[in-house]
Design a protein. Sequence first.
Lengths: 246, 227
Amino acid sequence: MLEIKGLRKSIGGNEILRGVDLSIEKGDVLAVLGPSGGGKTTLLRCLNYLERADAGTMTFLGREMDMPAVSRREIAEYRRHTAFVFQSFNLFSNKTALQNVTEGLIVARKMAKSEAEERAMGALERVGLADKRDAYPSQLSGGQQQRVAIARAVAGEPDVIFFDEPTSALDPELIGGVLDVIQDLAEDGMTMIVVTHEVHFARNVSGKVLFMEDGRALAFAPTKTFFEEQKLERIQSFFRSLDRKE
Amino acid sequence: MSERVVNILLTSFPRILGQGLLVTIPLTVISFSLALVIAVICAMIQIADVKGLKQLVRFYIWVIRGTPLMVQLYLVYFGLPDLGIMLPAFPCAVAVFALNEGAYCAETVRAAIEAVPHGQMEAGYCVGMSYTQIMRRVVLPQAFRTAFPPLSNSLISMVKDTSLAANITVTEMFMTTQRVVGRTYEALALYSEVAVIYLLFCTVITRLQRMGERKLNAMNGGNVIRA
């Protein structure tokens, strides 16, 4: 459904992505793992055109796009099919939880307000926050804000959701609730690419793993194979260092 | 205080206050409203980095902030007639005050827009909104909350600066007072009186500012200062 070939990106003279390929099918959950500075977040931002790639082709729902040359209109059309969940939530701070979810539906998709609110309430119920519909982001905990952000992503009924380290900014006791919501989505067959440091989550929820280091995909494999038949010494040592931390 | 002074103060009070309500306040309100329009347009041009226009805006701000308001008033009222451009005193004052305050407020508004986290913009893009939609519905409302106190400051300044319009024959509060002083020679009492009236006007604005901030806070979920 989504295929990337030869993705390259430099920022300020540093080559962040040095030719990354990946492909996912409908219903896949792809976990992107790897050390900090490896290019995971930049990869995800390029995938939603928050950063403009220097080279690479994207095939999405059968349509091929030259990533550096995609027009604004094509990006807008593409974004109707995708959603993005940020590490720092980025809820609109002048809007309530409900308005955060309906805003895109009403303004960008021209949906009737009543229909948008109905759909938004469904999305908020799904993340367990229907009772917080009138709360502003500043009145919610980090975990609740992230769940509203997920509701906002889900409400657009995207074909794929990108998660950029969705739990990295959260207090440890709030992480579980957010991961549970993402796992529920996975079980419902939502296609997702999740940049994460939560190895257990990747192991239990994802179907594929992409391991990034120094702007390259060191491994791209089904989760089971990746964890159980890992031959690369570099990846094994990465997990050993994580174990030591824990 | 002699009975004479009390009498002068009492008879001049409604006259001065009346001129304040009829001239000073309208001059301030009209000029400041125009200044806000100028400020938002100039700030947006700078934020959106519109080529050519941005340089023009920077030039305008540079010139206005680098020259005295009094000189600007004289230039437009007494200078422009040399080029055949003659404006009546009141519209002339409105134009100068609006252009002057617009330049200062443009910087206030620009700073307030820049203070809105970039993530708000990105989140808007990701739910499919356009630049203009995000600006209007997400960024500007948040920026307005930030800009509100410094803009109130500017408004309070302007109420008092309108007294300069007396120099180009606008009969506002201050000029009215000067005339009474000219007739009665009670400078201390009368200038104190007009000072109190200015103070009164500014007190009202300060109150309005507090009410406005409370309202804006409620509209933003009460999140003014947060870690």
